[in-house]
Design a protein around this ligand. Structure first.
Ligand code: ATP
Ligand code: MG
Length: 387
C-alpha cells in the first residue's frame, strides 16, 4: 500500500518574501530526518503543500519522526484517492485495516481546499460517513468526542483520506534563525533550553565544561549522548568540550569559597563567548531557571551576565520544573539526563554559597586569578566532537 503523510506547516511564516527560504529549509530538514530515521518515504512538494509518500505493509516510525521536526504543525497518515465519496471511504477503510485502527467512535472531517469540487464540506462529511457506516465501520458517530477523526482533504491534484493525525513540534525550521552556543551540562535543563532555540529556527553549537578529574569521563560521554539528541534536529552539530580543570584548580586555590560558583560561571561565560565569537554564534544559551538553585537568583545571574560580551538567553528562566521535565521526556533527553553524575558545580558547591552576590565583591574575589591566561588556555585546548 502507498501511504501518504500530509505535512502541515505554520501559516504565519509561509507569508511574505521569506516563504521559499523557510520552505526549503523545512524540506531539507525533513529529507535528512527521514533518511537518518531509516525511512524510505519520498518527499513531494506540491502547490505549497508537502507530502511524504511511502510504500510498505504498514507505516512504521515515520509519523512520529515527522511530528518531532520543528516547523511542522501537524502530520497525518493517509492514502491518495480519487475525488469521489466511494473512493475516499473505501481507501480509508483499507488504510484503517492496514494500520490496525479499530475505533469505538468516529466522525468525518472534510476540508475542501479546491473549491471547484462540487460537494460542500458538511455534505461530503455526511456522505463519506454514511458510506463508512454501511461498508464495515460499524461504530457510532460522535461529533463531539470522537475517538477517531476520519479526515478528508480535497486538493487540486487529488483527494486524501486519513485516519491518524499527530500534533507537530510547531515553531520554525531549524537553520533559519542563525547560530547560537548552548552551555550544555549533563543536567535536565540545558538540553531543553537548546531544543527550544532550535524550535525557533536556531542552529545550536553546544559547549561543555569538563573538569576531569573533578568530574569523570562518564559525564563527557553523557553530554555527548545529549548532544547527539539535539543533533537529530539539525544538519550537523559540533560539541565543544572545554578542558576546565585549570580554572577549577585555580578556583580552589585562589577564590574565597563562598564565591566559587559565581566565579566559575563567570569563567564559563567568558570562555563560551570567546568560542561563540570564533564560531559565528550570536548568543549564549543556558538552562538557568530563576530561583531553582542558589546560583540562580537575580543577583547571581546579574553577576554572571556582567562578564558577557554577547547576549545570554535563558529560555527556561520562568518555567516550572515539571514543564521542563515534560519537554525533556518528549525530546528523549530526560532518560539520559537523570543518569547519576557528579557535575563540577555540585562538587564545588560551598557550605555557605553567596546567594545575593554583589558585583564589587565578586570582582574582588576573582582578582587574584589570571583571568586572561586561563580563558586563553581553555579556548586553545578545546576538543571537538562532530555529529
Ligand atoms: P542543568 O540541568 O542544565 O544542568 P541545573 O539546574 O543543574 O541545569 P546549574 O547546574 O546551576 O543548573 O547550571 C545552570 C546552567 O549553567 C546550565 O543549565 C548550563 O546551561 C550551564 N552549565 C552548568 N554547568 C555546566 C557545564 N559543566 N558545562 C556547560 N554548561 C554548564
Ligand atoms: Mg547542572
Amino acid at each position: 500500500m502507498e501511504f501518504v503523510y500530509i505535512i502541515r506547516f505554520g501559516e504565519i511564516w509561509i507569508k511574505g518574501k521569506n516563504r521559499r527560504f523557510f520552505e526549503q529549509a523545512l524540506e531539507q530538514n525533513i529529507r535528512r530526518t527521514l533518511k537518518r530515521g531509516g525511512c524510505n518515504a519520498v518527499l513531494e512538494s506540491e502547490r505549497g503543500r508537502l507530502y511524504a509518500v511511502e510504500s510498505g505493509e504498514a507505516p512504521g516510525e515515520t509519523l512520529e519522526l515527522l511530528s518531532r521536526i520543528p516547523g511542522i504543525v501537524s502530520v497525518s497518515v493517509g492514502v491518495k484517492c480519487e475525488r469521489s465519496v466511494k473512493s475516499l471511504a473505501e481507501n480509508g477503510l483499507a488504510l484503517m485495516q492496514k494500520m490496525g485502527v479499530v475505533p469505538v467512535s468516529f466522525k468525518v472531517e472534510c476540508k475542501r481546499a479546491d473549491k471547484t469540487f462540487p460537494i460542500p464540506s458538511p455534505q461530503l462529511s455526511r456522505e463519506v460517513g454514511e458510506y463508512l457506516l454501511t461498508h464495515g465501520l460499524d461504530v457510532p458517530v460522535d461529533v463531539h468526542h470522537p475517538q477517531m477523526v476520519f479526515g478528508v482533504e480535497i486538493q487540486q491534484n487529488g483527494a486524501y483520506a486519513f485516519c491518524k493525525t499527530l500534533r507537530g513540534a510547531g515553531g520554525l525550521p531549524v537553520g533559519v534563525s542563525g547560530k547560537v552556543a548552548v552551555l550544555l551540562s549533563g543536567g535536565i535543563d540545558s538540553p531543553v533550553a537548546g531544543y527550544l532555540l532550535q524550535k525557533r529556527g536556531a542552529t545550536v553549537e553546544p559547549i561543555y565544561f569538563h573538569g576531569f578529574p573533578f568530574t569523570s569521563d562518564m559525564v563527557k560521554d553523557k553530554v555527548a549522548r545529549l548532544a547527539k539528541r539535539l543533533a537529530f534536529y539539525q544538519k550537523c552539530l559540533t560539541l565543544r568540550i572545554v578542558n576546565f580543570t585549570p580554572v577549577l584548580t585555580a578556583l580552589k586555590k585562589q577564590c574565597p569559597e563562598k564565591f566559587t560558583i559565581i566565579v566559575m560561571r563567570r569563567f564559563m561565560v567568558r570562555i563560551a563567548a570567546e568560542i561563540a565569537n570564533r564560531t559565528g554564534c550570536r548568543a549564549l544559551i543556558t538552562g538557568d531557571n530563576l530561583g531553582q538553585v542558589a546560583s540562580q537568583t537575580l543577583d547571581n545571574l546579574e553577576c554572571v551576565t556582567d562578564v558577557s560580551p554577547m547576549m545570554i538567553l535563558r529560555p527556561l528562566l520562568s518555567f516550572d520544573k515539571f514543564d521542563i521535565i515534560e519537554q525533556a521526556k518528549k525530546i528523549g533527553t530526560y532518560e539520559i539526563s537523570i543518569e547519576p553524575h557528579e557535575d563540577c558545580c555540585a562538587l564545588f558547591v560551598p557550605k555557605f554559597p553567596e546567594i545575593y552576590g554583589k558585583l564589587v565583591e565578586v570582582r574582588e574575589a576573582e582578582s587574584g586569578m589570571d583571568i586572561e591566561g586561563l580563558v586563553t588556555e581553555c579556548v586553545e585546548t578545546v576538543e571537538k566532537m562532530d555529529f
